[in-house]
Design a protein around this ligand. Structure first.
Ligand code: HEC
Length: 112
C-alpha cells in the first residue's frame, strides 16, 4: 500500500535519529547517564564536587580515593552492607563497567 510506504519513509529517519545516539554512546557516557538517573539524587555525578546529600561523597572524590577496579566489585556485590545510609543497590556487571568507565574518566581528567 502506498500509504504505509509513505509513513515508513517519513518515520524511519526519525526512529533512526532517536535510536542511533544511544547505540553509539561510549561506556563512559552510558555510565554518566546511569549515574545521573540512579545516583545523582544524593551523589554529585560528573565533574561536580558538591553532592545534593552532604554525607554522600561526590563521584569525582570517589574516583580519586577508590581503586576504581574495586569499585566495580563493590557495586556488583552491593554497597548497602558497608553504608546503611545508602539504599540497596546491586548493579549488573554491565552497568558497573559503564559506571567504572565514567569514574576512570573523572579520575584521569579525561572528562570535562
Ligand atoms: C539516597 C541517597 C543515595 C543514593 C541514591 C546513592 N547513594 Fe551512594 N552513598 C550515599 C551516602 C549517604 C554515602 C556515604 C555513606 C557513608 O559514608 O556511610 C554513599 C556512599 C557511596 C559509596 C562509597 C562506598 C564506600 O565504601 O566508601 C559508593 C561507591 C556509592 N555510594 C555509590 C553509589 C552509586 C553507584 C549509586 C547509584 C547507583 C549511589 N551510590 C546512590 C547515598 C546514596
Amino acid at each position: 500500500m502506498r500509504w504505509s510506504l509513505a509513513i515508513l519513509r517519513v518515520s524511519a529517519p526519525i526512529i533512526l535519529a532517536l535510536v542511533a545516539p544511544q547505540a553509539s554512546a561510549s561506556p563512559a557516557d552510558r555510565g554518566l547517564a546511569f549515574a545521573r538517573a540512579h545516583c545523582g539524587r544524593c551523589h554529585a555525578v560528573g565533574p561536580r564536587r558538591t553532592s545534593p546529600m552532604r554525607e554522600a561523597p561526590s563521584f569525582r572524590t570517589l574516583a580519586d580515593h577508590f581503586p576504581v577496579g574495586d569499585l566495580a566489585d563493590v557495586l556488583v556485590e552491593g554497597v548497602d552492607r558497608r553504608h546503611p545510609a545508602m539504599p540497596d543497590f546491586r548493579l549488573t556487571p554491565a552497568d558497573a563497567a559503564d559506571l567504572t568507565a565514567d569514574l576512570e574518566g573523572l579520575r584521569h581528567g579525561l572528562r570535562p
